[in-house]
Design a protein around this ligand. Structure first.
Ligand code: ARG
Length: 588
């Protein structure tokens, strides 16, 4: 479907033409004086110079040509030459009716769909998830769902951190504790045990211990680096132990992501490209791109137009070990070979921006990607506490994602039980659902690149610009629709008529912005646009609800039309929250 603003503009352009003026002048925008009109056009002002005429004269003539428009019910020319427009109630209703009947509410699909890989989540194996990983998961999941909804083929890849020093640290600490494990016996030739020699909670304790020790004790750190090297060079016992770490850790990660309603198509990691690195390095050398610098192998990536220093991209350290860069580059190489994406989006902390500039330039320069492959960095800001500093536990430690979710669920559970609307398992389940909306909406309603303050109290409130407020609004509609059914009505077979009140018309006009908003959210990879739309829509719905006695209305046709309006509003809102990665309960 065409965007409603385009339809309105076309009508205005026709009036300009009919009055003898260039149609380009007829661009209509949303009114910035909603107290006076719904839309406005400033074309007469722009035309004054071109036609050597007073703008008000042009405006008067154009307004006269709008007199029996099927779009405008009123177009007024006001000094010095503005055109203030009000659209016909039937026109808006007609548009919303078409939305209701169309697939995806009339959102147009692209002529050529893109194949996109989204690299998000990025947790590190053996380390517990912390709130820093929350943003990547929440934003990435939403960007993925929006891009898919808008007609693209999208693959989500978690890109596990599973190949670095943290693996060596865990292995070293295990060796300290259980030196007799077969994994450390170089002469062992049998099969390795199926069971991991540790549990997930042990694993979570082992990593911080090892990391702490390595900071204090250089020999310990040296051991860990050795272990990392042995692992990467394929020592069987180390590989077997590493596989246990991955298995135990990934099982736990899956549980956590499931709880967040985040799911990945690919569970690749840094390790997945290990075997590809030597050949990539060789190609970079053969192509004349990589050269030695202070023993390390680097690719220069600075450009003449740079205003700040962009250091070379390091491919191999002087001891021949690969780095974070190397695995990211090799991952691009693998993705181009296996998936041939048109675009790769990285949803990563914005503090890694310079790093990605280096990686992208290197990939382009060395021909890992095609000329028209887009590499996009979607950097997000820090999640801060109320004190404006990075979010911490009450004791000042790093907040684990699990604890954070638990805390919010508890808060929600208490609220729901207090309201007395439900109890027991149902209250639990509902609390989980509402808590997720609080966390995700609290994050997504901000522009991703900005830092934001994680304010549990505000996020869990049922009023204001929050997830729970949206769910509350949806539940309100569901409850009216259920009651309508109980009264013998059928919400699926009602027709929308022209609005009879201003609040009803305004609700329809908010709905009608859907396709323009969705397209912008997709093009700008901006879930916050979906949030802003939802909030406006919820406000319009509640305004309409407070002014309209829907269930006691005697005029059946009028009532049916209102029910139809609730049905589409509910459907649009539920579609949008699904794109943000959460859902609404039946009651709350
Ligand atoms: N594991 C990394 C971290 O915790 C994030 C990975 C981001 N993605 C990437 N392709 N480098 O910081």
């Amino acid at each position: 479907m065409k965007k409603i603003l385009d339809l309105i503009t076309e009508e205005m352009q026709a009036a300009f033409e009919a009055a003898g003026y260039a149609k380009e002048l007829g661009r209509v925008t949303l009114s910035n004086r909603p107290d006076l009109c719904e839309y406005q056009c400033n074309g007469a002002m722009a035309g004054a110079k071109q036609y050597h005429k007073a703008p008000i004269m042009i405006a008067n003539e154009v307004a006269a040509h709008c007199a029996d428009s099927r779009v405008f019910s009123q177009v007024t020319s006001v000094a010095p030459g503005f055109l203030n427009c009000i659209v016909r109630p039937e026109f808006v209703a007609d548009y919303v009716r078409q939305m209701k009947e169309s697939d995806k509410f009339g959102l147009e699909m692209p002529e050529k769909s893109e194949k996109i890989i989204i690299d998000y989540g990025g947790p590190n194996v053996a380390k517990p998830l912390h709130v820093g990983h929350l943003r990547s998961a929440v934003i990435g999941e939403s960007v993925k769902r929006i891009a898919r909804f808008c007609g693209n083929e999208v693959i989500g890849d978690i890109h596990l951190g599973d190949w670095g020093l943290q693996m060596g640290l865990v292995i070293t600490e295990l060796q300290e504790r259980q030196p007799d494990l077969v994994y450390f016996d170089p002469d062992y030739a049998g099969e390795y045990p199926k069971e991991a020699p540790f549990t997930v909670s042990e694993l979570e304790e082992i990593y911080p211990t090892a990391s702490g020790k390595s900071k204090e004790d250089p020999t310990y750190k040296e051991k860990a680096m050795q272990a990392t090297f042995k692992l990467q060079s394929g020592v069987p016992g180390y590989r077997a132990l590493w596989q246990h770490i991955i298995n135990v850790s990934v099982a736990d990660l899956k549980k956590n992501y499931e709880r967040l309603h985040v799911d990945f198509d690919l569970w690749n990691g840094e390790s997945s490209v290990h075997d590809e690195i030597p050949q990539m390095v060789q190609e970079m050398k053969d192509g004349g791109y990589a050269h030695e610098s202070e023993g390390a192998l680097v690719v220069d990536v600075k450009e003449e137009t740079d205003t700040k220093e962009i250091p070379p991209c390091m491919i191999l350290k002087s001891d021949g070990a690969s780095l974070y860069n190397t695995t990211d580059l090799a991952t691009i190489r693998m993705r181009m070979r296996e998936e041939k994406p048109d675009r790769i989006i990285y949803v990563v902390d914005k503090r890694q921006e310079l790093y990605f500039t280096q990686v992208f330039r290197c990939a382009r320069k060395t021909g890992l990607v095609n000329e028209d492959t887009r590499l996009q960095f979607l950097g997000f800001g820090t999640m801060n506490g109320k004190d404006g500093k990075p979010f911490k536990t009450r004791q000042g430690g790093v907040m684990r994602l699990e604890s954070l979710l638990n805390e919010i669920e508890e808060e929600m559970y208490a609220k729901i039980c207090e309201s007395g609307s439900m109890e027991g398992d149902l209250a639990r389940e509902t609390a989980e659902q509402v808590a997720l909306s609080a966390v995700k909406y609290g994050d997504l309603s901000n522009q991703a690149s900005k830092d934001y303050i994680f304010d549990i109290e505000r996020f869990t409130s049922f009023e204001g610009d929050t997830g729970p407020y949206l769910l509350y609004t949806i539940v309100r509609m569901k409850s009216i629709l259920n009651k309508y059914k109980e009264q013998g009505g059928n919400p699926d077979s009602v027709t929308l008529s022209a609005p009879v009140s201003q609040s009803e018309k305004e609700l329809m006009m908010e709905l009608a912005k859907f396709n323009a908003m969705m397209q912008a959210a997709n093009e700008e990879t901006a879930p916050h646009k979906v949030c802003a739309y939802l909030y406006d829509l919820a406000n319009a719905l509640n305004h309409f609800y407070h002014e309209t006695k829907i269930l006691t209305e005697q005029d059946a046709e009028k009532q049916a039309s209102w029910i139809a309006l609730l049905v589409i509003t509910r459907d649009v809102m539920e579609t949008c929250i699904d794109l943000l990665g959460f859902s609404a309960p039946e009651r709350m």
